[in-house]
Design a protein. Structure first.
Length: 293
């Protein structure tokens, strides 16, 4: 499994290097998002039972992706996070407390300055069914940013009636409006100009019907950097894992370095399914220009 990951990730690196000019590429920070699908603590009952080998494979995928900061979703608790970190030397993590059995959090490498700020409970518009956001402040080089990790309300098989499905759409739409207000508040009332909202949005921008991310799409201070991505489960469908940035942060973005680490294309089906039903998305931001805040 390790050789499959290494060969696939080396191919990405070679492709990037082949596009480089004779000039030294600018230094960047690689930021990703990964819904790890019911990452549990190993205590029964488990929604998605995994072996230690499965945890090691997930850790290897993240570590070898090139990412330095990863927003994570669907983490049961601190024990589940630490179970993963056992296989990730040189990495650290922090987790929200506002999501019951599915929490959001962040993983980050040594040498990166990341400080958890805490949960953002207004995002849990229905505390019994929604997850709070998780705010983290990070810096690398001259680039510092404030990041909200999110996992918005899904429209899933658990919404077994038309009323539940309608409520899920309304709640996600309300969450998008709350996120737009939060970002605008940060940008207008603080000195911070580089803001990221990153995670599982359970929807995609520019949806033609029943769009729920309209408040974020219409906010002139924000831009979806990943709107062109397609799902690794079905390339005919749009991806729902995204990086949304303030216009200032977007100026640091290198669109040609956006990548989705499709473990399903690297591994046999039975091994891939043990990792996640989502794929790790990674993008890069330049850190060399003098920051503006």
């Amino acid at each position: 499994m390790r050789m499959i990951f290494l060969c696939s990730l080396m191919a990405v690196s070679v492709a990037l290097l082949s596009c480089a000019t004779s000039h030294q590429p600018p230094p960047t920070v690689s930021i990703g998002t990964f819904n790890i699908e019911w990452l549990g603590d190993g205590i029964e009952p488990e929604q998605k039972p995994r072996t230690d080998a499965d945890y090691a494979a997930i850790a290897q995928l993240i570590s070898e992706s090139g990412a330095e900061v990863v927003a994570v979703q669907e983490i049961e608790n601190d024990s589940a996070l630490h179970r993963l970190l056992r296989y990730m030397p040189g990495w650290h993590g922090a987790l929200s407390r506002g999501g019951h059995r599915q929490n959001v959090g962040v993983l980050y490498r040594d040498g990166l300055d990341c400080t958890p700020i805490g949960d953002y409970y207004p995002l849990a518009v229905d505390p019994e069914r929604n997850r709070a956001g998780f705010i983290v402040s990070c810096r690398k080089g001259a680039f510092d940013w404030l990041m909200m990790v999110v996992h918005l309300k899904s429209s899933s098989r658990y919404d077994s009636t038309e009323e539940l499905r309608r409520r899920a759409i309304e709640q996600r739409r309300e969450q998008a409006a709350i996120l737009a207000c939060w970002a605008d508040s940060v940008l207008t009332t603080t000195s911070e100009r580089d803001v990221l909202i990153i995670g599982d949005f359970n929807d995609f921008p520019k949806r033609s019907r029943q769009s729920t991310l309209t408040a974020l799409e219409r906010d002139s201070a924000l831009v979806f950097l990943t709107e062109g991505l397609t799902s690794c489960l079905d390339h005919r469908r749009k991806a729902i894992d995204h990086i949304l940035a303030s216009t200032s942060a977007a100026r640091h973005w290198h669109p040609e370095r956006l990548r989705m680490i499709d473990h399903r294309a690297m591994l046999p089906d039975h091994s891939a399914s043990r990792i996640s039903d989502h794929c790790l998305v990674v993008g890069e931001f330049e850190i060399s220009p003098l920051d503006n805040d």
